[in-house]
Design a protein around this ligand. Structure first.
Ligand SMILES: [Zn+2]
Length: 223
């Protein structure tokens, strides 16, 4: 039986490089710490599908955490207080929406959600999303309707966070698309996130869902 502890995400103080994809993440990057690889970007840590909920609304935070299969606590070092301080929580977008529904009586929450959605839309490069989505649809013709856009929006957000990514490098090649679809399937269609939350490391969890992932990808490919 795995022991369940909070997954921790740190806002880095110095320039960091991901120990897995070796991308330079710069200062203030959001990272997890891996026992063997050191700092990992949230993409490599499989946490980059989560959305940030800043601390400050205990009821919303409690509900969002309850509804989220996978969540992580975000910490930043306070120079004045000489300790890590909790900045908020990373949770699933759907869990946050559900929690907000439950808090809707509070009009401030509604205003904040509108702000967040506007910020998110502004970040998305629409043309890139459309091209990425078309590529997903081409490689996985049997993937459920609308899913290609979800996957593409996620990929676009990921690349918009990266330092030094040129438009040309915003991976539209087959391998980048496959990796994006694979990550989506793990999170959206398998027990993967629940296993991470129960303390499995990524390799154990990936091995556990590999069969299910491959079956589904084959179905989406139509082979
Ligand atoms: Zn990485």
């Amino acid at each position: 039986m795995k022991q369940s502890t909070d997954i921790l995400v740190f806002i880095a103080r110095r320039n960091v490089t991901c120990g897995e994809c070796h991308e330079e993440l710069g200062r203030h990057a959001w990272i997890t710490l891996d026992r063997t690889r050191g700092a990992l970007c949230l993409s490599c840590a499989d946490l980059d599908h989560l959305v940030f909920l800043p601390s400050g609304d205990p009821a919303l935070t409690r509900r969002a955490k309850k509804h989220s299969t996978l969540s992580a606590v975000v910490l930043e070092w306070s120079r004045t207080r000489k300790r890590y301080e909790r900045q908020g929580l990373l949770v699933e977008a759907a869990a946050l929406e559900q929690a907000e529904q439950e808090c809707l009586a509070d009009s401030e929450v509604r205003a904040r959600r509108q702000e967040r959605e506007a910020a998110r839309r502004a970040e998305l490069d629409r043309e890139y999303v459309a091209r990425f989505a078309a590529r997903v649809r081409q490689l996985y013709p049997h993937c459920p309707a609308g899913r290609e856009t979800l996957i593409a929006e996620h990929a676009c957000l990921k690349y918009s966070d990266r330092i030094g990514r040129t438009a040309a490098a915003k991976g539209l090649d087959e391998e980048a698309v496959r990796l994006a679809v694979l990550a989506h399937v793990r999170h959206a269609e398998t027990e993967y996130d629940a296993l991470l939350m129960r303390g499995y490391d990524r390799w154990e969890a990936r091995a556990a869902v590999e069969g299910a992932v491959n079956r589904l990808l084959a179905r989406w490919e139509g082979v």
